[in-house]
Ligand binder design. Structure first.
Ligand SMILES: NC(=O)c1ccc[n+]([C@@H]2O[C@H](COP(=O)([O-])OP(=O)(O)OC[C@H]3O[C@@H](n4cnc5c(N)ncnc54)[C@H](OP(=O)(O)O)[C@@H]3O)[C@@H](O)[C@H]2O)c1
Length: 146
């Protein structure tokens, strides 16, 4: 078993040592929000570049999270990306397109957009039985695995 302090120290080293692009779904609450704060705190005031896409449904909550993050990580780039329902493939595609375009805008012409850290915390799964969706969804692919 790896000790927690070793895991924390390795995570901080990773976030500080190189520029990172992170995408956190469900980033406006719970585990996702805590992850966004942890990234900002680890990067702090002296790490290398950090850009975090906070994918969520509540822009007001995201604004307040961003403002807290900027206090501990003033040079970080924190952006809200609105999700409607990430259990639907069309919404996943739309969010991915928006992030890809935003990253393309940041890249030099010979570079390709990339995501270094992907944390998926949107609570679209339920253990209360199957809920159908009106359109093709991730749900249909995931549930049969249980
Ligand atoms: N907390 C735990 O101890 C724990 C343990 C094991 C597994 N998990 C699983 O980990 C996931 C996250 O848990 P959490 O405690 O962080 O939950 P949470 O606090 O309820 O956060 C869930 C986030 O997902 C968003 N969300 C929910 N449904 C969505 C949808 N259809 N499309 C887009 N975004 C959606 C919510 O947005 P809104 O704020 O707009 O509603 C919220 O930001 C859940 O699936 C949970 O079952 C949690």
């Amino acid at each position: 078993m790896v000790y927690l302090d070793i895991v924390k120290s390795a995570n901080i080293t990773l976030v500080k040592s190189q520029p990172l692009v992170a995408v956190v779904t469900g980033g406006t609450s719970g585990i996702g929000e805590a992850t966004v704060h942890a990234l900002a705190t680890a990067r702090g005031k002296d790490g290398k570049g950090l850009r975090v896409y906070i994918v969520g449904r509540k822009e007001g909550v995201a604004k307040s999270i961003i403002s807290e993050c900027l206090k501990v990580c003033p040079k970080g780039d924190f952006r809200f990306v609105r999700a409607e329902d990430l259990s639907l493939l069309k919404d996943v595609d739309r969010v991915c397109t928006e992030i890809t375009k935003a990253e393309e805008a940041e890249m030099a012409t010979d570079q390709k957009p990339r995501v270094d850290v992907l944390v998926m915390c949107h609570a679209h799964l339920s253990f209360e039985g199957r809920h159908g969706t009106s359109q093709p969804s991730l749900y249909h692919y995931v549930i049969p695995l249980f």
